[in-house]
Design a binder for this molecule. Structure first.
Ligand SMILES: *Cc1c(COP(=O)(O)O)cnc(C)c1O
Length: 249
């Protein structure tokens, strides 16, 4: 169970702010992207320290943990959910009033389940479709789109379904995790980033749309490269919060 106490030491707050500033400086040196600190398995007090320093976007990877933290932390935090979400947890996710963005959409079934359980919200709930750019069995997400993809390819089908049947949802962009090896090899362009970019291009072709679609790509090891390659939103955990404890510690 994550520590939900909100009190932090001045030393910890300083350390977190320094780390955050380091990452923001690195981003600013190469471009412009939203920084989403990923606080999974870290105490709520770490989030509160950064909140008190002015930051509002935070991301979590486990649904119950996000729900628990959202309950005790300020209601103007903009939560990003970046973990795998089963349809049977859609109601739980939708119950968080300040959930800003579900980054891991990957099925029509999940879209329908979330749409069904959305409480009356002033604004639609933002979603990203997750793309498995590295085609690894261990990763979730839909297959990338190519120039020969059609409207019945899963990612296009899901985007069209959201547009035509889910008035409470707004497709804001695409997200990838990518392969560990590619993200730790600075010697060449990351093929996962290239694939996410080309998937966006093909999706817009199939949607016959010129809407802006964001790209969520880049983590601690490779966010600088991701911003250089056009990322709109980077998800950074370890560089800000330090190493994570094992999941069930
Ligand atoms: C944990 C996590 C991150 C952050 O990873 P770091 O390497 O610690 O920066 C980013 N994205 C997702 C989906 C995650 O689960």
């Amino acid at each position: 169970m994550t520590d939900l106490s909100l009190s932090y030491s001045p030393q910890r707050a300083e350390e977190l702010k320094e780390n955050m500033k380091g990452v923001l400086d690195d981003i600013a040196a190469v471009g412009n992207a939203r920084l989403v600190p990923i606080s999974k398995l870290k105490p709520a007090s770490d989030i509160k320290a950064l909140y008190d320093a002015g930051y509002r976007h935070f991301g979590e990877n486990y649904i119950q943990e996000m729900v628990d933290k959202a309950e005790v932390l300020p209601s103007d935090i903009r939560w990003h959910f970046v973990g795998a979400l089963q349809s049977n947890k859609a109601k739980l996710a939708a119950s968080v009033p300040n959930l800003f963005l579900l980054e891991t959409f990957s099925s029509v079934k999940l879209a329908d389940a979330v749409q069904k359980h959305l409480p009356e919200r002033a604004e639609p709930l933002n979603v990203y479709i997750q793309i498995n750019t590295s085609s690894e069995d261990s990763k979730s997400g839909l297959p990338p789109l190519t120039s020969s993809s059609t409207k019945s390819d899963p990612a296009a089908e899901l985007a069209i379904h959201i547009r035509d049947h889910c008035p409470g949802l707004k497709l804001l962009g695409l997200m990838t995790i990518g392969s560990w090896e590619a993200s730790h090899d600075p010697s060449k362009p990351n093929p996962d980033f290239e694939t996410l970019k080309s998937t966006r291009k093909e999706l817009l072709r199939l949607l016959e749309s010129d809407q802006e679609l964001e790209l969520s790509m880049g983590m601690s090891a490779d966010f600088v490269q991701a911003v250089k390659e056009g990322s709109s939103s980077v998800r950074v955990g370890t560089r800000i919060f330090g190493e994570r404890p094992p999941k069930n510690a």
